[in-house]
Write a protein that binds this ligand. Structure first.
Ligand code: DX5
Ligand code: ZN
Length: 219
């Protein structure tokens, strides 16, 4: 079994203090830093882009797990790679050629992730599974932090785990959206090995990041 990792989303951090927030996450034991990139077009919200990621990357040695909710995504992949993304995750709906976008990420020597919205079926990635390093299962509709977890997406994780063992593949399964201390165990039991969390990590227990990251990992 893969080690459980926690990838806190800086969407819930204090945006006026992002550099310090990254340092606090590192001290709190975060395994990855989840960066939500939104364009106000693919999703109805706008966040940060490559210059901010580049500046933040200098503050930390932790791998940056960059979730691109932008469309068309293909032409921007290189910019996010150059900015310091270690994992680049894209949505199939945001590219007209999923295979070539995955290969582009791999050519840049980054880990390639593909994210499935709650209504997106796993069929769209079945032909590319051997090239994918990480599958990000959205447990909310992308666009905003603080939404309610949708338990129905757990069946996709179970399906992916079965296919993974049948085919002898090794991709990570990450879950993103509304993760808290109760539902994190369901996600792990289904087969997720990376938990994204914004609100729970930054807001629970008076913002005690170390405690919250530890609880998500062990609950
Ligand atoms: C939603 C983002 C998530 C979100 C997680 O579009 O992809 O990463 O910020 O935040 P919480 O944990 O608050 O749902
Ligand atoms: Zn995300």
């Amino acid at each position: 079994m893969k080690k459980i990792q926690v990838s806190p989303s800086i969407l819930a951090a204090d945006f006026s203090q992002l550099g310090n927030e990254i340092k606090r996450l590192e001290e709190g034991g975060a395994d990855l830093i989840h960066v939500d990139v939104m364009d106000g077009h693919f999703v109805p919200n706008l966040t940060i882009g490559p210059p901010v990621i580049k500046a933040l990357k200098k503050k930390s040695k932790i791998l940056f797990d960059v979730h691109l909710m932008i469309s068309p995504v293909h032409k921007y992949i290189e910019d996010y790679s150059n900015a310091g993304a270690d994992i680049i995750t894209i949505h199939p709906e945001a590219t007209n050629n999923l295979k070539s976008s995955i290969l582009k990420i791999k050519e840049l020597n980054k880990k390639a992730g593909v994210s499935l919205n709650p209504e997106t079926n796993i069929d769209v990635i079945l032909n590319e599974l051997d090239k994918i390093d990480l599958i990000l299962i959205m447990s909310v509709n992308p666009g905003f932090g603080g939404q309610k977890f949708m338990p129905e997406v757990l069946s996709k994780i179970k399906q992916l785990k079965e296919i993974q063992s049948q085919k002898g593949l090794d991709f990570d399964i990450e879950i993103d959206g509304g993760i808290n201390f109760e539902n994190c165990s369901l996600a792990k039991k289904a087969g997720a090995n990376i938990l994204v969390s914004g609100s729970t990590v930054f807001k629970e227990n008076s913002g005690n990041l170390k405690k919250n990251i530890g609880l998500l990992r062990s609950s």
